[in-house]
Ligand binder design. Structure first.
Ligand code: ATP
Length: 269
């Protein structure tokens, strides 16, 4: 397996148009596009651009999607990893993996690093009883060291995602580290409709106006939930051996996702 996902050349780049709603978050992240496209312009006049941006929001609200869209808009390589991978998969080598990834991103600069689930590796450190030798702490310390190690000229933007900013080690939030926060929210009705439109673009719906009802009847659904809903509906239509997705398929799919959501929430610690 790979050490972290290498920058890929997708057939189509993700752009801000792929992210429905989240206008404020998009605006804030868009400020980095200019910098990544032409870092010299900023370095020349001594402008300091933030290296660390924390994307905060509930699961499935598009944090990963927004990070990818920034990479697509700026046309720079995207290095991504997840905080949970560092401790679950790479036991004993987390700090080394962090070092490798930052080194690769620096070489490829301008570039973007994305760390999903920062909280799983970035929780408040212990009181020193473990002597700082704990695996997770070493990995966290390496991330902090890497963030501090950037020179002003290095055009690497590090985006990290979390739905638990409250448990993060305060050291991660100090100036020069993840000192910029961008919030993503669960979509309102209009945003849900826009998300459904994006993901239904290539689906054969019997009547696209059915999506109005679905948008109205799905408060609390995330973008990821809505995408699942459409896929469940398509599966339902296929099971009926139909060639169009009906209102019933959509309603049944909504109920399924709703039950699924309840289950997922129930087992979450
Ligand atoms: P998690 O915290 O669970 O990792 P996340 O916030 O990173 O979730 P994504 O992984 O980006 O969310 O979202 C999952 C999928 O849901 C996306 O790939 C996208 O297809 C869809 N999605 C989520 N939000 C939006 C949105 N605002 N517009 C369009 N699609 C969305």
């Amino acid at each position: 397996g790979g050490r972290f996902s290498k920058p890929t050349t997708p057939t189509r780049k993700t752009t801000f148009d792929d992210v429905a709603g989240q206008d404020q978050a998009k605006r804030e992240v868009a400020e980095l596009v200019e910098f990544l496209r032409d870092p010299e312009r900023f370095a020349r006049v001594g402008a300091e651009v933030p290296h660390g941006v924390l994307l905060v929001g509930p699961p499935g609200t598009g944090k990963t999607l927004l990070a990818k869209a920034l990479a697509g808009e700026a046309d720079v390589p995207f290095f991504s990893t997840s905080g949970s991978e560092f401790i679950e998969i790479f036991v004993g080598v987390g700090a080394g993996r962090v070092r490798n990834m930052f080194e690769a991103a620096r070489k490829a600069a301008p570039s973007i690093i994305f760390i999903d689930e920062l909280d799983s590796v970035g929780r408040t450190r212990g009181t020193g009883l473990g002597g700082g030798h704990d695996e997770r702490e070493q990995t966290l310390n390496q991330i902090l060291a890497e963030l501090d190690g950037f020179t002003e000229r290095e055009a690497v933007v590090v985006l990290a995602a979390t739905n638990r900013p409250d448990v993060l080690d305060p050291a991660l939030l100090r100036p020069g580290r993840f000192d910029r926060h961008v919030t993503l929210n669960l979509p309102d009705r209009a945003a849900r409709r826009a998300i459904l439109d994006i993901h239904a673009k290539n689906l054969p719906l019997e009547d696209t106006s059915d999506l109005d009802q679905i948008a109205a009847g799905t408060p609390g659904f995330s973008g990821a939930d809505l995408k699942n809903l459409l896929n469940e509906a398509a599966i339902g239509a296929a099971r009926r051996d139909a060639s169009l997705i009906s209102r019933d398929d959509l309603d049944e799919a909504r109920d399924k996702v709703m039950m699924g959501t309840v289950r997922t929430l129930a087992i979450r610690p």
